[in-house]
Each structure stands twice: as structure tokens, then as C-alpha cells.
Design a protein around this ligand. Structure first.
Ligand SMILES: [Zn+2]
Length: 125
């Protein structure tokens, strides 16, 4: 993911990404957001929902421990949270399955190239 978007997520959700610059022996967040820019909105809305729930006292604090693409879907690993957090993460994963990792457009047909899920426009490039 582009540096600006990485910085933006850390700035918007300092609690969730407080381990972003910790040592690699402590967290996999040291590697940053290991997916393409097209999933920014999915991560952004997931974190906005989590933050709202935590602020409302409905969810224990959540800290991301790893964010990456694996086999064409978003993996968002956390410490803390509750069943609802895991439900939200699963919804985000399902959304990533039909969202181009490069441009964020809906994917009409799953094309996985070098592990990334792309729309036909991006895979034709
Ligand atoms: Zn695309």
C-alpha cells in the first residue's frame, strides 16, 4: 500500500494501529499494510466501525497485529475485541473477495494474479 495511505490509516486510527512501528519481534504490523491500495476503503470502514463501537463502550479495545492479502482475500489479525469484532472482520474479508485489490472497483470475475485479486481492467494492463 502507498505510504500516504498507510500514514493516513495510522493517523485516523491511532489506537488500532499503535503497534505499526513496533519491532518485528513484537508484531507483524511492522511490515505495514501488505495489500494494494484498492482495499483502503474496506480497511478504513472496518476501522471506523470498530473505533465507534469501542468509543461507545460496546467493544473492548482492538489492536491490529497483522494486515495482509492472502489467497486473494484480506486478513486482518487483531488483539482484543470480541465476537462482534470478528464478525466485522469476516464481513470485510468477504467484501475483499469481490473488490479489485488494485483499483477498488467491484470484481465481476475473480482473476487472481500473483496472489492479488484484480478486476478485468487491471489484469489486462
Ligand atoms: Zn482493478
Amino acid at each position: 500500500m502507498r505510504q500516504e495511505l498507510d500514514d493516513l490509516l495510522c493517523q485516523l486510527y491511532p489506537e488500532i494501529f499503535r503497534d505499526r512501528h513496533k519491532d518485528k519481534y513484537e508484531t507483524s504490523m511492522c511490515w505495514g499494510f501488505c495489500c494494494d491500495d484498492g482495499w483502503f476503503d474496506i480497511i478504513d470502514s472496518l476501522c471506523a466501525t470498530i473505533t465507534a463501537q469501542v468509543k461507545a463502550g460496546k467493544m473492548p479495545p482492538v489492536v491490529a497485529s497483522q494486515v495482509k492479502e492472502k489467497i486473494g482475500t484480506l486478513r486482518f489479525r487483531i488483539l482484543g475485541g470480541n465476537d462482534e469484532t470478528h464478525r466485522l472482520i469476516e464481513l470485510a474479508r468477504q467484501k475483499s473477495e469481490v473488490t479489485c485489490e488494485e483499483c477498488g472497483r467491484p470484481v465481476e470475475r475473480r482473476i487472481i494474479e500473483a496472489g492479488s485479486i484484480l478486476c478485468s481492467a487491471c489484469s489486462d494492463k
